[in-house]
Design a binder for this molecule. Structure first.
Ligand code: PLP
Length: 370
């Protein structure tokens, strides 16, 4: 967290709103156990590796040509995938794909009016992209236990009259999620002020709750943002997608860069979607490991926020979050300091990684004598 506004050279004609900002920077450190960015710990299964090799061998012979600008085949496969998960009847007209859901989020800001309203703590990239896009961001709050008070949120929507309302469920970094009835209340309030409700469902496949994509028929003002980076174990490919009313998808076509999604990205995502059962196969294992990790943290007399996802926010240690984070790095374990005093976030890793984390954490706590 360096580079204060004054550090920018004067000759650089930066927009004033950017001068105060620092780059998004989850540390990428070379340590043994990386539990800081909520990735799936399991590498691509061998049948997928083989299928990707075969598909790439075909695709690379055509790399002199631009990719399909509208990613029609990929969007059709995403529709089939979602319909299988949520019993919806979506077609490609309701789906937009981009380089990670972060690009989806950026495209939403590029297309839509200000201001945007969110409820913190939540995904830090939402306000960050708002600022880079020059969109005014208004921060509402969450309860002390990180749940969202829906009547407060509805009042806030009426008071602020935003164009965009952001909600993340399961929420990052807290792991808490909303019920479909709560999302519906927010969609209704957003509709009342002609706002879009953007539901960031980056962790939907881990959640017990019903996806907001099931509300699209009733609420055309809902935009759901999803990704293949987390449960789908495909973070390196960079594939995110929006599920929304076809009118909104048409607006995405205006703001997208021409040929933004490479032939290789489209081919990789299509191939993986053909094997989605295989890729989503370890979700159950991750949730079991999560529940074990919760037990292990409680056994160390720590407190955990109930998680509906593949990460856990915990507290109850007497170090500062920054100190404990550094002590764990020194022992080869990388967690995330999410700038909530007294809390750290841990991603559920493989069983071996989780055991190592708990052992090193026990060591840190013992040094401090608690
Ligand atoms: C990880 C994450 C994303 C970004 O995912 P990409 O698709 O990899 O860009 C978006 N939203 C939330 C809440 C996340 O945690």
């Amino acid at each position: 967290m360096s580079s204060a506004s004054s550090n920018w050279p004067k000759w650089l004609p930066l927009r004033e709103t950017l001068r105060e900002l620092t780059p998004y920077g989850a540390p990428q450190l070379d340590v043994a156990v990386k539990l800081n960015t909520n990735e799936n710990p399991f590498p691509p299964p061998l049948p997928l590796v083989a299928a990707l090799e075969a598909r790439f061998a075909e695709v690379i012979t055509g790399l002199n040509r631009y990719p399909d600008r509208d990613a029609v085949a990929l969007r059709s496969k995403l529709a089939v995938f979602l319909n299988g998960l949520s019993a919806t009847h979506l077609t490609k007209e309701s789906i937009w794909a981009a380089n990670g859901s972060n690009e989806i989020l950026q495209s939403i800001f590029l297309a839509c009016k200000a201001p945007a309203l969110g409820f913190l703590p939540s995904y830090s990239v939402h306000p960050l992209i708002a600022r880079t896009a020059g969109t005014k961001w208004i921060a509402g709050e969450r309860n002390e236990d990180f749940s969202l008070n829906i009547s407060y949120a509805v009042e806030k929507i009426k008071e602020v009259v935003p164009s965009l309302v952001f909600i993340t469920t399961p929420n990052n970094p807290t792991g808490t999620s909303l019920t479909i009835a709560q999302i519906e209340e927010l969609a209704l309030a957003a509709k009342g002020v002609a706002a879009l409700l953007v539901v960031d469902e980056a962790y939907a496949e881990f959640s017990q709750q019903i996806s907001a994509i099931t509300l699209l028929d009733k609420y055309p003002n809902i935009v759901v943002s999803r990704t293949m980076s987390k449960a789908f174990a495909f973070a390196g490919v960079r594939l995110g997608y929006a599920v929304a009313n076809p009118a909104f998808i048409a607006a995405m076509m205006i703001v997208r860069l021409p040929y933004h999604l490479s032939s290789l990205t489209q081919a990789a995502a299509e191939t993986a979607l053909d094997m989605s059962d295989l890729l989503l196969g370890n979700i159950h294992e991750i949730k079991t490991a999560r529940d074990q990790l919760v037990q292990d943290l409680l056994a160390l007399n720590l407190r955990v926020v109930p998680s509906d996802s593949n990460f856990i926010l915990f507290s109850g240690f007497t170090h500062t979050a920054g100190d404990l984070w550094q002590l764990l790095v020194d022992r080869g374990v990388l967690l995330r300091d999410v700038a909530l005093p007294g809390f750290l976030r841990v991603t559920v890793g493989s069983p071996a990684e989780n055991r190592r984390f708990i052992a090193e954490l026990r060591g840190c706590l013992a040094e401090k004598g608690i």
